[in-house]
Design a protein around this ligand. Structure first.
Ligand code: ARG
Ligand code: ZN
Length: 473
């Protein structure tokens, strides 16, 4: 009967009304906002990140006890609305949300999958800077990548470590988890007495607080992509110092890995200053490393200012992760399709370091790879030519060999075309031009041509985008 019809019709009428409001451009005095998008349409991770706002600062306050593996946390996120917002999303995987406040007032929220949707009591205006406070906690679950690797918050070995490439950071804090939205960070970690807690940036304070706990306050004043945020908790051996040019160094090493790490970490200060010479000023206020017990993770990561290693690293790996501080961390990809801008550059940095420090030349590596002999590189284990580096066949392939090695070979091809002075000018110029920003492959190819004055179209067509296996130039 009648009531039934009304009940059916009401949602339809509401939907039509909201369509009408959208169509007329939301001009009504009471209707200012509409929902922010639940993803940024990344070509490989379409749901990663969220639309309608940009984060300016994350203030994360974490308490963790390795004995029970429980995390208690508060995230205060300062963001700027890019449209009127009736609701907006954050990415968060697992954990329990206890409360959400927006601008100091309780907000309604709900969760579906990895999306936390927040509905502020009052719509947010376009351009408004707003503060969202989220209390959350629980036992973090690792995030499994399309390529099968595990990341997020990884407990084990009498401690824990958080890494997030590409989408693991949503496993330990709510945020706009896409590299295109960089922000500054304050990360404060409280752990039981006897543990060290290490994070990105500089240590502002370390103090004994109530109940036999120690609180570590870390500050990152330069913008950071959320996948590069880290926290490491353990009974680390901490060493501090400076590079010859004066960059502060902070190394935290699992006791069992100390002897094995000594040689490579001993070279770290020199590597940083070499990078400055090759790529331009070191982009951050400090540098260092976090060495976790072997097998804690399946990969090392260039977490900003302090790369994380799973077991003692060798010199090439330290060089690789430090090169990422310029290429990946300071100049970050606009989307996950641009991953070769990270990995090709960091790999080529290894080739450059090697040729200048008594190893084989980049030209010899290039020639050997081209001839099908990858034994010159102990880390290469797949087919470098399987696909074009600027176009991995799917999200599970963004960390495959072509992104690293064929990416490096793209750079070597440019060097062959333009010569050393123009090539090194290009590397420095690229790092300077996009310092603390984001860039895409198209930005790079346009920049390379403009900067060197060479037509590099054939290099792009064959090496960067070509589906066929490249042959000798
Ligand atoms: N960017 C890291 C490195 O080259 C590797 C990260 C791999 N991530 C992954 N999910 N497989 O040092
Ligand atoms: Zn890398």
């Amino acid at each position: 009967g009648r009531t039934g019809l009304t009940r059916l019709a009401a949602p339809a009428v509401a939907a039509l009304l909201s369509l009408a409001v959208l169509a007329t451009g939301c001009t009504g005095a009471t209707v200012q906002g509409r929902p922010g998008a639940s993803g940024l349409r990344d070509p490989y991770f379409p749901r990663a990140g969220n639309g309608g706002y940009q984060v300016e600062h994350y203030d994360l306050d974490l308490a963790y006890d390795p004995a029970d593996g429980l995390l208690h946390a508060t995230a205060v996120i300062t963001a700027r609305a890019e449209q009127g917002l009736s609701s907006f999303n954050l990415d968060l995987s697992g954990l329990k949300v206890e409360s959400v406040d927006v601008q100091g007032t309780g907000a309604r929220y709900n969760r579906t999958g990895n999306e936390l949707t927040v509905r502020p009591a009052k719509d947010l205006k376009k351009g408004e800077v707003f503060r969202t406070e989220i209390d959350y906690g629980g036992r973090p679950k690792p995030v499994v990548d399309p390529d099968g690797s595990k990341e997020g918050w990884i407990a084990g070995g009498d401690g824990a470590v958080a890494v997030g490439e590409p989408v693991g950071s949503m496993g330990w804090f709510p945020g706009n988890h896409h590299p295109s939205d960089k922000a500054t960070y304050d990360i404060t970690v409280t752990v039981p007495h006897g543990y060290e807690a290490v994070s990105n940036g500089e240590l502002r304070s370390r103090k004994e607080v109530a109940d036999g706990q120690t609180e570590f306050a870390w500050h990152s004043p330069e913008p950071m992509a959320s996948y590069l945020a880290t926290v490491a908790i353990g009974r680390f051996k901490v060493t501090t110092g400076r590079t010859p040019s004066g960059v502060p160094v902070y190394d935290a090493v699992a006791p069992g890995e100390a002897a094995g790490s000594e040689a490579a970490l001993g070279r770290l200060p020199q590597i940083v200053d070499w990078g400055t010479e090759k790529f331009g000023p070191y982009p951050f206020g400090s540098v260092g490393s976090i060495v976790m017990p072997a097998q804690t993770l399946t990969y090392a990561l260039e977490t900003q200012t302090k790369p994380v290693y799973s077991g003692a690293p060798d010199e090439e790996l330290v060089l690789h992760e430090l090169a990422h501080q310029w290429f990946g961390d300071s100049v970050s990809p606009k989307s996950w399709k641009d991953m070769w801008l990270n990995e090709g550059f960091a790999t080529y940095a290894e080739w450059l370091w090697s040729e200048e420090h008594g190893g084989v030349s980049a030209q010899r590596r290039f020639d050997a790879f081209l001839a099908g002999d990858t034994s010159v590189d102990p880390h290469a284990d797949g087919d470098w030519a399987a696909f074009p580096p600027a176009s991995p066949p799917g999200p599970e392939h963004i960390s495959d060999d072509p992104v690293y090695y064929r990416g490096a070979m793209v750079l070597h091809r440019i060097r062959q075309e333009v010569g050393d002075p123009a090539f090194f000018g290009l590397l420095r110029g690229w790092a300077a031009d996009h310092r603390h920003g984001n860039a895409s492959t198209a930005d790079f190819t346009a920049y390379a041509q403009r900067r060197t004055g060479h037509d590099l179209k054939k290099v792009w067509d064959v090496w960067l985008y070509g589906e066929d296996r490249p042959t000798a130039p």
